[in-house]
Design a protein around this ligand. Structure first.
Ligand code: UD1
Ligand code: CA
Length: 504
């Protein structure tokens, strides 16, 4: 074993289009568990704390680079290498020659771990074991160590050809293999460690004389072996882990595997009730608390956290959001990039997005959209409402059909509704506008100017009809404050001393 551990660099191959996907989107950008394939590989790479990560890009390079930076941006030093024309995996590594070798010579020997962008389930522990074997092989380290696995059906993969003494000889690709060679069930996983000083001279000798007319990286180990160099094989037991994704059928298969793994973890470790795991979709990054119930056809995506004792009803979709405890999200509601405090209720058919925030015990009812808004503690918006760029205080009731008119065609403007306000049905709040505490808007009001606290306004445009004397006003909440207000401006103004009520 080398006394001083030499630096580890990682090279990820991600330039190919992935013809077998039959897609105009580069294969490594296709999503598994809500993240691009390349993001999975980058996450594993980062866990090995490499000195540097090289990513060979080609097809849709800008999008691939963005996906890589999203994962590695702060976790590892990344260098992108462009492979202008996809002439094979050997050519892809060759494209990185100057950059990689230049880096290596400054501090002597180094290990290059080569990964494929389309092998997403690889675990960091396994790679660490591969690197260890590479560096300790025969007490001095190997020129190349490649990972292999035995498959019941090796179709499509490169096969590992061994000599009479069972030592590695070369890799033969499926398309170039004889019937006899195709019967070999030990396959090349496409994951290798190379001694950088020996890799490039060998790659230089690779020629594109094969069924695909490509420069195969898989020829390099055979060349090294023929030169008498040590090539070791790391035979791994878990076939699933090293499987690559080449078709959409395989992608869907992986998705199902990952999904069931996540759901099992949630049920066994977190104590989540999942009524029908075959119809429940939870990304692995999500966290869900004890005794929360997920009904069929629920989707929990991205970095979502859901607390304890929540109930997520059929058709709900929750994306990158934080949900407290004892929250009910009713059928067919969508919550994205939002924050919901304890004991809130949402839906059915509600849409919360772009930093919608609900404080404790707030209620959003059917056909309500809430964007970039805060709904204070115990406040309610029960029916057919749009709340955009709004700050709403506590115990305020938003009547049915209320709209914050936040957009003047050019800019978005804020609406502020303070605490204990009653917004009558079908009120239009023309932003920027503020409604003071304890005020009331009559049904059908179009509020174009700020409303002072303790004031009743009505009409189009809304005018002050009355100051609400705090002594005499009816403070007791109506039987069902969530019901729609049916008072009209006329009713309010007929009798001067009549306190407006919000009757169902
Ligand atoms: C490769 C191996 C095969 C192995 C299999 C394991 C070769 C010749 N064959 O086959 O032995 O069993 O992986 O999964 O290497 N890429 C580039 N530039 C190119 C071509 C490919 O960057 O010019 C990238 C692809 O984007 C992909 C990776 O290299 O991420 C592997 O390429 P792919 O075409 O999928 O190779 P396989 O046919 O699967
Ligand atoms: Ca592949």
């Amino acid at each position: 074993m080398r006394s001083i551990p030499e630096p580890l660099d990682i090279l990820i191959l991600a330039a190919g289009l992935g013809t077998r996907m039959r897609s105009s989107v580069a294969k490594v950008l296709h999503k598994l568990d809500g993240r691009p394939l390349i993001a999975h590989v980058c996450g594993t790479a980062a866990a090995l704390t490499p000195r540097r990560v090289y990513v060979v890009v080609g097809h849709q390079a800008a999008a691939v680079e963005q996906a890589v930076r999203a994962v590695l941006g702060e976790r590892a030093a990344v260098t992108f290498i462009t492979q202008a024309e996809q002439r094979g995996t050997g050519d892809a590594v060759m494209a990185a020659r100057e950059t990689v070798a230049g880096e290596a010579t400054t501090d002597g020997a180094s290990t290059l771990l080569v990964l494929s962008g389309d092998v997403p389930l690889m675990r960091a522990d396994t790679l660490a074991a591969l690197v260890h074997q590479h560096r300790t092989h025969r007490g001095r380290g190997a020129a190349c160590t490649l990972m292999s696995v035995r498959l019941d059906d090796p179709t499509g993969y490169g096969r590992i050809v061994r000599d009479e003494e069972n030592r590695f000889q070369r890799i033969i690709e499926q398309k170039d293999a004889t019937t006899e060679e195709r019967a070999i069930n030990e396959i090349n996983a496409g994951i290798y460690c190379f001694d950088v000083a020996k890799l490039f001279p060998a790659l230089e000798r690779v020629v594109p004389v094969n069924a695909q007319g490509e420069y195969y990286l898989t020829d390099a180990p055979g060349i090294l072996r023929a030169d008498g160099e040590d090539v070791s094989v790391f035979l791994h037991a878990d076939a699933r882990e090293v499987s690559g994704i080449n078709t959409r059928v395989e992608l869907a298969d992986f998705e199902r595997t990952m999904r069931l793994r996540t759901l099992r973890r949630l049920m066994l470790d977190s104590g989540v009730t999942i009524i029908d795991p075959a119809q429940t979709y939870v990304d692995s990054a999500a966290q869900i608390g004890r005794d929360t119930v997920l009904h069929p056809n629920t989707h929990i995506e991205g970095r979502t956290t859901i607390g304890e004792n929540c109930e997520i009803l059929p058709g709900a979709r929750i994306v990158n959001s934080v949900i407290g405890n004892e929250v009910t999200i009713k059928d067919h509601s969508i919550v994205t990039d939002s924050e919901i405090a304890d004991r809130c209720s949402i839906g059915p058919f509600a849409h919360l997005r772009m930093n919608a925030r609900m404080e404790e015990q707030a209620v959003i009812g059917n056909f309500v959209e809430m964007k970039k808004s805060r709904l204070g503690r115990k406040s309610k918006a029960m029916h057919l409402t749009y709340l955009g760029d709004a700050e709403i205080g506590e115990r305020t009731n938003i009547g049915a059909g209320t709209i914050t008119c936040n957009y003047d065609g050019r800019h978005k403007h804020p609406t502020i509704i303070e605490s204990d306000v009653k917004i009558g049905s079908d009120t239009m709040l023309v932003a920027p506008v503020r409604v003071g505490a304890r005020s009331i808007t009559a049904a059908g009001s179009v509020v174009t100017k700020d409303v002072a606290p303790d004031t009743l306004v009505a009409g189009v445009p809304a005018k002050e009809k009355k100051r609400l004397d705090t002594e005499s006003r009816v403070d007791a909440p109506s039987e069902n404050p969530s019901d729609t207000a049916t008072t009209t401006a006329d009713e309010h103004t007929t009798e001067a001393d009549e306190t407006p009520t919000l009757v169902g």
